[in-house]
Design a protein around this ligand. Structure first.
Ligand SMILES: Cc1ncc(C[n+]2csc(CCOP(=O)(O)OP(=O)(O)O)c2C)c(N)n1
Ligand code: SF4
Length: 517
């Protein structure tokens, strides 16, 4: 809780930014926004001490609509900003607005740690069980088998239960409410605001467009009484139109019973302050089809708050005598790094000056052992050549080119007669427009049974192939061929006209000649 009282009475309007709200008509986010704006004046923290921080998603647009400080941050990271801000400015009341994707997929790690650390922030998890902003992919809370754009055959992932995760992280305040349960939502918000430590409020939110009806069992007026269990501290867990049903514990298994059959004294009584989270966990697992879905405060316990403990440690450290940093640096775990000097091992390959006695170059990892020097020297020469020499040293064969209008038959005959594996293809201005290789002959002409006399190479060639220019280095030629898995690399002049062709054979011959010499 942040204990600063507002000097003047604020209203909902004071918390409304006036920016046009960009959610789809009927989106559950509207109801939540409206209720938060109505409830904040009752919570009574001044606007200048209130901050809303969000990640990315439809729900994360929330800070724009609030007339308080706000940060629309990056995907999954709202909790990291909130943590930093709370530690730096403990007097602020921080609300984090996050979606089920934002908090539980990309931000799952931060979610867990913010909760377990018990940082005094309030996390509002808008759970619509879908990625809304990115147009309807399944999320970590989508049900098994859910068909979406990213799971067309049905999701094969088991959904995560945010309340269960929060219990596992020993969260000190955990609640669930529903976007359209206005009074309930307001009550839960106030309780969260009062609480000292991390609070998680899961809000069942309807995404009108991509997951309409995900929570209709809770909101449909005809079925709601049978499907919702309102948790109240110290009260029996009753539900149904006339509160005729209840939850009883049979060993460690909850069951739905008729109150008239078992008597109200046998109905489980809710205890949000229980030391043991076991019952809260059992509740978190309840839901359709066998159980009503509990809403309300699952857990509200007291435990040390991270930011307060941290501040106490900082204060204590500041009160003590100033630390001797020099002594800290020089305690037994420190060691001296000898200065590099001419007696170090100079790498024959890259010239890096290694520490004396090094077996291997720290920079290029080549062996520095005497007997292995010739290998290192060869490698150095080859590397130097790759970077210093241009492709001209390969003396590549002159380009054999044909116009796009030549037939496939002509190209194949030319390749056979000249014993070459590729033809460079030119457009009407004589510039390189494509390449036709033996691979095209096999994969297109032979495999697809194309008539070579009636088809032109312009139809079958690879258009706009990767090229190289005479002044480019051998290393560039190697790189391009490797990355694009090429065996032929046309060499073109400054105008884009074919000059010659570099083949993988040329490069292999060059390398082997260098190694031999
Ligand atoms: C690093 C990164 N990855 C992915 C995205 C795409 N992206 C934006 S919002 C979102 C999920 C939104 O879903 P949710 O958090 O449930 O919010 P909703 O839109 O449903 O309110 C994704 C995957 C992104 N913006 N940034
Ligand atoms: S896509 Fe869904 S969650 Fe997003 S604004 Fe529209 S209805 Fe709301």
């Amino acid at each position: 809780m942040t204990a600063t009282n507002a000097p003047i009475k604020l209203t909902r309007k004071d918390f409304t930014s006036g920016l046009a709200v960009r959610w789809c008509p009927g989106c559950g986010d509207f109801a939540i926004l409206s209720q938060i704006q109505k409830t904040l004046p009752e919570i009574g923290v001044p606007r200048e001490n209130t901050v809303f921080i969000s990640g990315i998603g439809c729900s994360s647009r929330f800070p724009y609509y609030m007339n308080v400080y706000g940060i629309h941050s990056i995907h999954g990271r709202a909790l990291t900003l909130a943590t930093g801000l709370k530690v730096a400015r403990p007097e602020l009341m921080i609300w984090v607005v996050t979606g089920d994707g934002d908090a539980l997929a990309i931000g799952g790690n931060h979610f867990l740690h913010a909760l377990r650390r018990n940082i005094d922030i309030n996390i509002l998890l808008f759970n619509n069980r879908i990625y809304g902003l990115t147009k309807g992919q399944y999320s970590p809370t989508s049900e098994y088998g859910k068909r979406t754009k990213s799971s067309p055959d049905g999701s094969i992932e088991h959904p995560v239960n945010p309340i269960g995760v929060a219990i596992g992280a020993e969260t000190s305040f955990i609640a669930r409410t529903v976007d359209t349960f206005q009074k309930h939502l307001s009550m839960v918000l106030k309780r969260a605001a009062e609480h000292s430590g991390a609070t998680l409020v899961e809000i069942a939110q309807n995404c009108r467009i991509f997951n309409e009806g995900a929570w209709s069992h809770l909101t449909n007026p005809d079925t709601r009484a049978d499907n919702v269990l309102f948790l109240e501290h110290g009260k029996p867990m009753l539900f149904g139109k006339t509160m005729e049903k209840g939850i009883r514990l049979n060993g460690l298994t909850p069951e739905v019973v008729n109150v008239s059959d078992v008597g109200e004294e046998n109905i489980l009584v809710h205890d949000e302050k229980a030391d043991e989270p076991t019952l809260a966990y059992l509740l978190s697992r309840m839901g359709p089809p066998d159980f009503p879905t509990p809403v309300g405060i699952f857990r509200c316990i007291s435990k040390p708050v991270y930011d307060q403990s941290l501040m106490a440690q900082v204060k204590k450290a500041q009160e003590g005598s100033p630390p001797d940093l020099n002594a800290l640096y020089r305690q037994s775990e420190s060691w001296a790094v000898p200065a590099r000097n001419v007696e170090g091992e100079k790498c024959p390959c890259c010239d890096y000056l290694n520490l004396p006695g090094a077996d291997e170059c720290e920079m290029c990892l080549i062996s520095l052992i005497e007997e292995e020097r010739p290998v290192a020297e060869t490698r150095r020469l080859i590397e130097a050549s790759l970077y210093d020499d241009t492709v001209a040293v390969l003396e590549p064969a002159d380009a054999v080119s044909l116009p796009e209008t030549a037939t496939v038959a002509t190209a194949v005959h030319t390749m056979r007669d000249k014993r070459i594996g590729s033809i460079l293809v030119t457009d009407e201005s004589g510039r390189l427009s494509g390449i036709f290789t033996e691979r095209d002959v096999l994969a297109r002409v032979v495999a697809e049974e194309i008539d070579p006399e009636s088809h032109l190479i312009g139809e079958l060639m690879t258009r706009d192939p990767e090229t190289i220019e005479p002044e480019n280095s051998l290393a560039q030629a190697f790189h391009r061929m490797m990355v694009s898995d090429l065996r032929y690399l046309p060499l073109v002049d400054g105008e884009g006209r074919p000059v010659s062709i570099v083949t993988s054979r040329d490069l292999i011959d060059f390398l082997s000649a260098r190694i031999e010499s």
